[in-house]
Design a protein around this ligand. Structure first.
Ligand code: FE2
Ligand code: FE2
Length: 229
């Protein structure tokens, strides 16, 4: 399930994302969104997004660890091996992609000269990671399907958040991308396109989460896939 960057029409996809209503989030997802809003305020700002990207890799890491633990006893069952292997491969690929998001946001903050307080820079990410690691491990152990669905909710929220961020910041449309890290997945003509690409990555993550929940009917296709279909 390697992620292939299609020559998608990023602006058209942005319109499609903004037209699509968000999922009906569960109370657990809403509580976690609320916690972020209480810490950073309701507006989408880069420091808030950076913390979300730090946290975004954690569930994938928890699933990978959990699946390997299961394989210690289930390696004789080919179906279990196949499913666990697929989850591990997807988790690794998604982690790498989320890490790219994190590096890109960091580059953008540096380019903008944004500086955070020591508390927000050092204490808050560590505290949030500590709690979220244990929460994700527990959920992966108790109910992996619920873990996938919660992740689908987060990714849907992230896609909408990034697309709205671009809409609310038209200056990004003409802002050149000097970041070599961002251009590694490009070429991108503007920061608006970088954030649109990140938003679509989040959609990919949501779709894969739904796939592993057995909810293929809720997958959101790209516009060019709809035309082919
Ligand atoms: Fe991300
Ligand atoms: Fe994501």
């Amino acid at each position: 399930m390697l992620r292939v960057i299609e020559p998608v029409e990023l602006k058209a996809e942005q319109e499609a994302s903004l037209k699509r209503p968000p999922m009906k989030y569960t109370s657990l997802a809403r509580a976690l969104f609320k916690a972020m809003d209480l810490a950073y305020g309701p507006a989408t700002i880069l420091p808030k997004v950076r913390l979300l990207e730090i946290l975004a890799r954690i569930p994938y890491q928890a699933w990978e660890t959990r699946q390997y633990a299961l394989l210690s006893t289930r390696f004789k069952n080919p179906e279990d091996v196949e499913r666990a292997t697929r989850i591990v491969h997807w988790g690794r690929e998604a982690q790498d992609n989320e890490f790219w998001h994190l590096l890109v946001i960091e580059d953008k903050m540096r380019a903008d000269g944004m500086r955070e307080s020591w508390f927000r820079e050092s204490v808050m990410p560590r505290a949030a990671c500590f709690k979220y690691v244990w929460f994700s491990r527990l959920l992966a152990r108790l109910d992996i399907r619920r873990a996938f669905y919660l992740n689908a909710e987060f990714e849907d929220h992230a896609e909408h958040t990034y697309m709205k961020f671009v809409q609310d910041h038209p200056e990004l449309e003409t802002m050149k991308v000097e970041s070599a890290e961002a251009q590694r997945m490009g070429p991108f003509e503007s920061w608006a396109d970088v954030f649109r690409r990140i938003a679509l990555d989040e959609r990919d993550h949501m779709n894969n989460s739904l796939r592993f929940c057995g909810m293929e009917d809720r997958i959101v296709p790209y516009l060019h896939e709809k035309k082919v279909g």
